[in-house]
Design a protein around this ligand. Structure first.
Ligand code: NAP
Length: 281
């Protein structure tokens, strides 16, 4: 009798919009691993039950997304240091009934910068946002020892809290950010603004303060008005698809112990994004 496939999935609420099933399934298939990557929509009241189910034999683990990354923390047995520092778990690995939590957004964020040969230790960075993604980025920037990091957020108090916790500088998300931008090598949008294809997280005119050599990195995995405004000013840009693929590749490595087939994952993620864009326009 054939063994049932191994199970792995995405825990979130909602999860239907995700590109992860497409490129994760392609990775399992490419390596001939008999696993199925499923969507596991989980309302908060079902989270305990969902995590219990991850301990079953035949379950490799899960990815965790909005709104459960923080709640996942308390539901695993061991937490990796970077996940503890980020205050969020986005990957769970089931090892013989024991659950390990990690945060692969941290290396996932850095990977596209490394691919471009960006000298990470020398960077002055401005991060917009103070939510879960911004925390992961501050952990990543701390790991590589960036020269200077400024965080700016709509709710200034949250930026100040992060500044204290991570030993970085807080600045207001308005004209007073200009001197920080003038010194920046990298501007990162870690707010949730841009998905609508219309809004920017800051006044576009502030981009004029950036040096001509600055890079603008938006975690949104579509082309956003921020990236378009940056390109109009001749600035180099990176969207969030690379981070998404790389965080997924790190999760794959943790679940399987195998080298992820990055080229396959990239190709399928790009095609899935294109199909999504066609269906929404
Ligand atoms: P979150 O915890 O909900 O934080 C949202 C952030 O956006 C907060 O700082 C919030 O500011 C800010 N914000 C929301 N609406 C705003 C507005 N109208 N104007 C200015 N700021 C606003 O979300 P998250 O988990 O950090 O995710 C942030 C983004 O990163 C999302 O777009 C997510 O899809 C993306 N992301 C991408 C990847 C990837 O792999 N590419 C991975 C993780 C996250 P307040 O504090 O003032 O509310």
């Amino acid at each position: 009798m054939a063994c049932p496939p191994l199970a792995v999935g995405l825990i979130g609420y909602p999860v239907e919009h995700s590109l992860s099933p497409a490129f994760q399934q392609a990775a399992f298939d490419a390596l001939g691993i008999p696993a199925r990557y499923e969507l596991w929509p989980t309302p908060p009241e079902s989270l305990d039950e969902r995590f219990r189910s991850l301990r079953a034999p035949g379950v490799l683990g899960a990815n965790v997304t909005v709104p459960h990354k923080r709640a996942a923390f308390a539901r695993v047995d061991h937490v990796a240091g970077r996940a503890r520092r980020a205050g969020a778990v986005n990957t769970v690995v089931n090892r013989g009934g024991t659950l390990y939590g990690d945060n692969t957004d941290v290396p996932g964020f850095l990977a596209p910068l490394r691919e471009r040969g960006v000298p990470l230790a020398d960077l002055a960075v401005v991060v917009l946002g103070a939510g879960g993604a911004a925390r992961g980025i501050l952990v990543a920037l701390g790991e590589v020892g960036c020269r200077q990091v400024t965080v700016a957020n709509r709710t200034a108090e949250r930026a100040h809290e992060l500044a204290v916790e991570f030993g970085v500088v807080a600045a207001p998300l308005d004209q007073r950010l200009a001197p920080h931008l003038a010194r920046a090598d990298l501007l990162v949008n870690a707010t949730s603004v841009g998905w609508d294809g219309a809004s920017l997280p800051l006044d576009a005119a502030l981009l004029d303060a950036l040096p001509a050599t600055a890079l603008v990195y938006d975690l949104t995995y579509h082309d956003t008005p921020l990236l378009q405004a940056a390109r109009r000013r001749g600035l180099e840009t990176i969207d969030g698809l690379g981070m998404l693929v790389h965080q997924g590749a790190e999760s794959f490595r943790l679940w399987t112990g195998r080298e992820p087939p990055l080229e396959v994952m990239w190709r399928v993620a790009l095609a899935a994004r294109q199909a999504r864009e066609r269906s929404t326009h």
